[in-house]
Design a protein around this ligand. Structure first.
Ligand code: FA5
Length: 357
């Protein structure tokens, strides 16, 4: 038995010395020190020895076990330090290498357009005001010369909000609350502030029950309003021209076409010369892919209706004014000469699209 023990110690020590990784180490531990390992296999032989032999064999077995355990601990320390060394090498940083620049994002196309619109109008003294996006039906329609049940309201395809305590601001009766379908609710609200003259823009979200390749259910509009003692259509044309040249480029032309809105009289549709074909309607003999015969539709405008001035508490004999409004998303697309097959692309959050602007 003593020979067997000595033989076992020699084998075990060389197995632990040869172990290269944690797998080898574990295999050697199980083989020599495990519950069913080689040392445990030898121990039952003690029972058949005389008392003297037992004492000697028992003592030798303990020494062998201690030697094997020592070899195991040494091998474990060696392997752990090798692994730690390899990890440290992998984590080593060369401080002299050029760094990786984090990629810098940019604002969304719509946000860019809002910032530019705000800046251009601010230079003409039109300050940006905030008006509610959830408002009384009164400000969105009635105050704008569209009484209850008027068919013109249908064009705005409005979302109504169920409001349990809705009291109409004018009559005190139960009134309706809407998600503003346009920014024109700002007109009478701004007049009611009573600070004249007025030169303001209101940019906010609008909501309509529409969704298609050309329509978003939530989109942005800009509303402009100027009211003073003697404001004329010439002022309207001048302000729009200034904006168009600054936003779309100095060669862009503006056109006013007669139209009808309930809250302006006279009313116009605003067109700008096409940003792709410069108003020619064709590019190198081929029909322009963006516009209809050289012009792009921007939005609506007109002289503020006398009924709207009255709703705002102003005397139409003393004050006149103009208002305009258009969609921010469509304006942003027009500036880029973009003819998106689907306006909803703007809000799909596809970085391949958004990164281009
Ligand atoms: C209006 O909303 C009027 N309030 C504009 C106005 C203001 C006229 C002041 C006169 C004086 P209209 O419904 O045409 O008008 O909408 C104006 C613009 O909003 C459109 O030309 C378009 O650019 C944009 N627009 C309207 N509906 C949507 C929609 N569902 N999705 C994206 N843009 C839209």
């Amino acid at each position: 038995m003593l020979d067997q023990l000595k033989q076992l110690q020699a084998e075990a020590l060389s197995a632990f010395t040869a172990a290269k990784d944690t797998n080898d180490l574990e295999a050697a531990r199980v083989a020599y020190l495990g519950r069913k390992g080689r040392l445990s296999e030898i121990m039952p032989q003690l029972a058949s020895l005389s008392n003297d032999e037992k004492r000697l064999a028992g003592q030798t077995a303990n020494e062998v076990k201690a030697a094997i355990e020592g070899a195991f601990i040494a091998a474990q320390a060696r392997i752990e330090s090798t692994v730690a060394g390899a990890n440290a090498e992998r984590a080593w940083i060369d401080m002299t290498l050029p760094g990786n620049r984090p990629s810098v994002g940019h604002t969304h196309l719509t946000t860019q357009a809002i910032a530019d619109l705000t800046e251009i109008f601010a230079k003409l003294g039109f300050n940006r005001q905030r008006h509610p996006e959830v408002d009384w039906d009164y400000y969105a329609f009635e105050a704008l010369n569209m009484p209850k049940e008027h068919p013109a309201r249908d064009d705005w395809e409005t979302f109504f909000v169920a409001d349990p305590d809705g009291k109409d601001v004018q009559t005190g009766e139960l009134g309706k609350v809407v998600l503003t379908p346009h920014t024109s609710n700002a007109q009478v609200r701004e007049m009611k502030k009573g600070a004249l003259p007025i030169r303001m823009i209101n940019i906010s979200k609008c909501y309509r029950r529409q969704i298609s390749a050309r329509h978003l259910p939530v989109f942005h509009q800009i509303e402009g309003l100027m009211i003073d003692g003697n404001v004329t259509i010439t002022d309207l044309k001048g302000v729009i021209d200034h904006f168009v040249k600054n936003f779309f480029g100095p060669n862009t032309k503006t056109r006013l076409r007669p139209y009808h809105f309930r809250f302006t009289e006279p009313s116009f549709e605003l067109d700008i010369s096409c940003t792709v074909c410069n108003g020619e309607g064709s590019v190198q003999g081929t029909k322009c892919k963006l516009c209809k015969a050289g012009w792009l539709e921007l939005g609506g405008a007109g002289m503020v209706h006398t009924n709207v001035l009255k709703a705002g508490g102003l005397d139409p004999k003393k004050y006149t004014g103009f208002a305009f409004g258009w969609g921010v998303e469509r304006t942003a697309m027009m500036r880029g000469g973009l003819k998106l097959d689907d306006i909803r692309m703007m809000y799909k959050n596809d970085l391949r699209f958004l990164k281009q602007f």
